[in-house]
Design a protein around this ligand. Sequence first.
Ligand code: HEC
Ligand code: HEC
Length: 265
Amino acid sequence: MPQTSTAAHTAWRVLAGVLLSGLAAAAAADTPPATTPAATTPMASAPAADAPAANASAANAPAANAPAAPATLDPFASGKVADGATKAAVCASCHGPNGNSINPEWPRLAGQSAVYIAEQLHLFKSGARPNPVMMPMASGLSDQDISDLAVYFEAQTPAGLEADPSYWQAGEALYVRGDSAHEVPACVACHGPVGRGNLAAGYPALRAQQSVYVVKQLTDYASGARYTGTNPAQASRNGVMMFTIAKRLSPEQIRDVASFVQGMR
Ligand code: HEC
Ligand code: HEC
């Protein structure tokens, strides 16, 4: 992928170990076909998770080495876009037509990684991501519903607001180069040069994401509020990456980078 070796180097140096395999996955898979069968959804194994490196490397490992995850955890194994379109009617009041939310506090889902969406819906359903609005929405969803919704939203095209002209340039610099003085890796390493994320690995897309929502999530990661439990960093198999990074960002950096990603397409 075309980010500078400096950005990659910074990320490697800062978060060596846990993140190495994640970065490799990002480098390998910036534009995976949307239907890549995800050998990457070992959610069932996540609680074994004082070993996030093992979980992260499962993203690269041959499927044969991965723990046998229930098929329902791979949204592409059973998800149907057409069924998801019907089931998404109830979501549209907040997430907008085709997942393009118009309320800045409600995240855009259009173009989001299906693997990531499915994981997040399971996390709302289990209460690990304790959001009072989404927990009741997710509690009634079956595994099949989650797969259908996830593949439907990934197939939609993101559209939305522009970046704030006062902030996006500083935000772009952070996104592309990180902040080595504070050991912040470049966001591009995992979220990709145009913010598509890493669809197969379930690293979320950030392009066109609502800046108000992005600010809230980074603040929630930093405070530990995004996930609950005795070890919130381990509630999501990938959560530890962002807990570490978000704590190192200043409020100004969060504002700037949120503005930049809102304008990405
Ligand atoms: C009443 C409004 C509302 C409805 C209806 C709603 N959502 Fe949400 N959704 C939210 C809010 C608010 C958040 C952000 C929660 C937070 O701040 O952590 C969210 C977050 C999410 C996320 C996480 C996004 C991310 O980037 O991490 C997913 C996935 C999601 N919703 C899917 C759905 C689906 C699927 C439906 C329909 C079955 C649905 N939502 C219905 C308000 C809603
Ligand atoms: C090492 C890889 C990596 C790097 C570097 C990285 N992220 Fe992330 N990011 C992730 C992963 C993985 C997740 C999903 C974590 C989870 O499961 O909650 C995530 C989640 C997020 C979310 C929440 C998305 C949503 O829809 O709720 C935001 C916002 C975000 N990252 C912003 C950033 C910014 C800004 C930077 C640079 C300062 C950055 N990330 C650097 C891997 C990374």
